[in-house]
Design a protein around this ligand. Structure first.
Ligand SMILES: [Zn+2]
Length: 289
């Protein structure tokens, strides 16, 4: 049986990170799963509130569980950015392996109070579930943004991280360390890259002593990824890069076959385009040094 907590411990020991990819349909799930299978590395698929609403909460849970069991493979499911306790409980009851309870938009004290309450309620449904909490500002929306948000004022401090982890009982922390959700057009073109505050990651890891997740990984410099993982990042989220690849693949499938109407002849172009991105990111996150 594959258990996320154990896999997380093992990756931490090996100095590698688990790739987390958001999915909203079967194309993305197929591409991500095939990539992880090919490389023989564990993988986390995530579904945000919006993605869950589209694909179905219980339905995505059933799909991922069937892949894990039928292929005896370490693929796990995370309820990404869940803002209400009600939605978090729904995901836990449906069999999700992890929940990102995101009250980071609230003032620190309120974030602590709500997250602590969520941790207790979620663990009472499933004691093995992993709960991730977030402090700091990493922007919203895994899409193409016109201009960069000012993230400097929302960076997570090591002291705050320690206090937050201790007072909430979360299993995993998502800090703000120069990362942001979404990409700028220049990042999609490959002209600019996101840069991370590596020293801050190391300080937060040392203070908080829990696994760390890097959100908004799309468009980040490869070397920064390597250093961030070495400094203590255990899970890396990629969403926008997959969405860009999904659209490009779909367009290619339609353009190359202007009269085709059979979905399973058009959609493989998107599967292959998304798979290329997922494979290259998984390869990077799982190379130890
Ligand atoms: Zn995120």
């Amino acid at each position: 049986m594959h258990v996320l907590r154990d896999v997380l411990k093992q990756t931490q020991k090996n100095g590698v990170a688990i790739g987390h990819f958001n999915i909203a349909d079967l194309v993305l799930l197929k591409a991500v799963f095939a990539s992880a299978q090919e490389l023989k590395v564990p993988v986390l698929v995530g579904a945000s509130e919006g993605e869950r609403e589209f694909i179905g909460v219980r339905q995505i849970a059933a799909l991922v569980q069937s892949l894990r069991e039928d292929f005896d493979f370490p693929i796990f499911l995370n309820a990404d950015h869940t803002h209400s306790l009600e939605k978090a409980l729904e995901a836990a009851r449906s069999g999700f392996d992890a929940i990102v309870f995101d009250a980071s938009a609230l003032p620190f004290e309120q974030n602590v109070r709500q997250t602590k309450e969520a941790v207790e309620a979620l663990k009472s449904i499933n004691p093995a579930i992993l709960v991730e909490g977030e402090i700091g500002d990493i922007g919203t929306g895994s899409e193409i943004h016109e201009k960069a948000p000012d993230l400097a004022k929302g960076l997570t401090s090591p002291e705050q991280a320690k206090q937050y982890v201790e007072s909430t009982g979360i299993d995993i922390l998502a800090p703000a360390v120069g990362n942001m959700h979404g990409m700028l057009e220049s990042m999609v073109q490959g002209e600019t890259k996101k840069r991370l505050d590596i020293a801050r990651i190391a300080q937060i890891k040392c203070a908080a002593q829990v696994p760390l997740t890097l959100h908004g990984g799309s468009g980040t410099d490869d070397e920064d990824f390597r250093q961030a993982i070495a400094a203590g990042i255990n899970i890396v989220h990629i969403n926008t890069e997959l969405r860009v690849a999904w659209r490009r693949g779909l367009e290619e499938g339609l353009l190359k076959q202007p009269h085709e109407v059979v979905p399973y002849k058009i959609l493989p172009f998107a599967v292959s385009s998304v798979g290329e991105v997922a494979r290259s990111r998984l390869r990077l996150f799982n190379s130890d040094g």
